[in-house]
Design a protein around this ligand. Structure first.
Ligand code: NAP
Length: 235
């Protein structure tokens, strides 16, 4: 199948790393759907990229909205081949696990973990029908167990959400083994975005590269692995 027939959905793609992932996937010839919780901002991003990029209103925490968005994508394109779970929040700057508000933890998990889980559950039936699927979870080095151990415990909710997202990656990959639906996690590194701040060393182009590479894996590619700079990394 040609790349031009493939359809990809990137969540949180109206800005930052997600927007760049959408740009690079479109360059590979895919039809790309920008999922954005703010419809206007999604439309503006799609217009910026042009070509085969469209926008769909999508808040990953809204179950009915996710269903609606996927129905719209199905009606329009009749398929969904690639899902990049990129949408994420970091709202526990300066907090510690012993004192952080559990509301903050719940909100973080709702977006960073359950959002990705919800979207994955929603797209897997179509991927199974098509006999093809690539799911990429945008994770963080801050979620790896080694980094948790070395850290002084800051950003507990954000870290845990990414550790859990990594675990979800393994679980889905194990479940889907042999079905040509490859599920992997990508670490972008520290990237200059609203989340990463202007002092981060990496560009969005560098931050998006591994996720895009994983989205384009051949059928004999890896599954259930974590990658940074296209190289496997320990969880
Ligand atoms: P960003 O510039 O803050 O962008 C985050 C994106 O996620 C925005 O488009 C935002 O939409 C969207 N989003 C948040 N909650 C959402 C929801 N409920 N539904 C749909 N979209 C939602 O952050 P970024 O740096 O590009 O981060 C992208 C991913 O990379 C995140 O998963 C992040 O954890 C990961 N990451 C980033 C870095 C870094 O250094 N930047 C490092 C490691 C991992 P709005 O515009 O509506 O807010």
């Amino acid at each position: 199948m040609q790349n031009s027939s493939r359809v990809a959905l990137v969540t949180g793609a109206n800005r930052g790393i997600g927007l760049e992932i959408a740009r690079q996937l479109a360059r590979h010839g895919l039809t790309v759907v920008i999922g954005a919780r703010d419809a206007k901002s999604g439309e503006a991003a799609a217009a910026e990229l042009g070509g085969t990029v469209v926008a769909e209103p999508l808040d990953v925490t809204d179950a009915a909205g996710v269903e609606r968005a996927l129905r719209a994508i199905g009606d329009r394109f009749g398929r969904l081949d690639v899902l990049v779970n990129n949408a994420g929040i970091l709202i526990d700057e300066g907090k510690a696990a012993s004192t952080v508000s559990l509301d903050v933890v719940a909100k973080t998990l709702e977006t960073n973990l359950l959002g990705a889980w919800r979207l994955s559950q929603a797209v897997i039936p179509d991927m199974r029908r098509g006999g093809y699927g690539r799911i990429v979870n945008v994770s963080s080095a801050m979620g790896t167990l080694g980094d948790l151990e070395r850290s002084s415990g800051g950003w507990p909710a954000y870290r845990l959400s990414k550790t859990a997202l990594d675990a979800l990656t393994i679980l889905l990959a194990s479940e889907l083994r042999g079905e040509n639906i490859l599920v992997n996690a990508a670490i972008p590194g520290w990237v200059r975005t609203r989340m990463g701040g202007s002092g981060a060393p990496r560009s969005v182009e560098e931050g998006a590269d591994t996720a895009v590479w994983l989205a384009m894996l051949p059928d004999d590619g890896p599954s259930g692995r974590l990658f940074q700079d296209r190289k496997p990394l320990d969880w």
